[in-house]
Write a protein that binds this ligand. Structure first.
Ligand SMILES: Nc1ncnc2c1ncn2[C@@H]1O[C@H](COP(=O)(O)OP(=O)(O)OP(=O)(O)O)[C@@H](O)[C@H]1O
Ligand SMILES: [Mg+2]
Length: 186
């Protein structure tokens, strides 16, 4: 085990599906603020690794610790892991199509107090500033009041990235983030 502080530490992770080793004795360390890219051919186990980190899949062996060993992720459920600040973007955009772009971001704001209050309660000026900032970052400022379902595919990808920013996750996991985007957007 490394002695340096870490955000995420996976050691000896293995996962088999019907005898096929999707992940074999994987060690992976991530520091705060670090950007890492995992590449590999189809079926290499990339999505499975994200599934393990986010609590969708249990590994057969290995350890997975968060924030300097403060939490054992293998003992937590998906929601508890999300609450620790681990956000995930799926390959297909998952946004609320019937809500506006701005509402989607409000629903994702860190510390949001339930759907009803988020949509119909008053947003604070700090929250409105944060939403405006994110809208600019993801290039959707001109689309804030459109229904998310009416956006182009690439814009939905951006909206979902904005939702992760609103969540203020400490770790953003993005599975094939450029799928369906133009070269310029990528
Ligand atoms: N729930 C499951 N049940 C059975 N087999 C699975 C399951 N999930 C993944 N696999 C298998 O595990 C292997 C790794 O798949 P995984 O989706 O993690 O690869 P990947 O690197 O994300 O591939 P891609 O680049 O195609 O997205 C594949 O052979 C896949 O068929
Ligand atoms: Mg995959």
């Amino acid at each position: 085990m490394s002695q340096k502080p870490f955000l995420l530490a996976a050691e000896g992770l293995s996962k088999s599906f019907d005898g096929f080793k999707a992940i074999n004795d994987l060690n992976f360390y991530l520091d705060e603020g670090e950007l890492r890219t995992v590449i590999g051919p189809n079926g290499a186990g990339k999505t499975t690794f994200l599934d393990i980190i986010t609590g969708r899949t249990q590994p057969d062996q290995g350890t997975l610790l968060w924030d300097d060993s403060k939490h054992d992720l293998l003992k937590l459920n998906e929601y508890e892991i999300y609450r620790l600040g681990i956000g995930r973007k799926f390959q297909t955009p998952t946004v609320f199509n019937d809500h506006t772009v701005a509402e989607n971001l409000i629903l994702s704001l860190a510390g949001s107090r339930g759907i009803w209050h988020s949509l119909f309660g008053k947003t604070t000026s700090a929250q409105r500033d944060r939403i405006a900032e994110i809208l600019t970052t993801v290039n959707l400022a001109d689309h804030a009041h459109r229904k998310a379902g009416a956006l182009a595919h690439g814009q939905k990808q951006w909206l979902e990235i904005g939702m992760l920013l609103a969540q203020e996750a400490r770790l953003l996991l993005v599975d094939e983030p450029a799928a369906g985007m133009t070269d310029e957007e990528t």
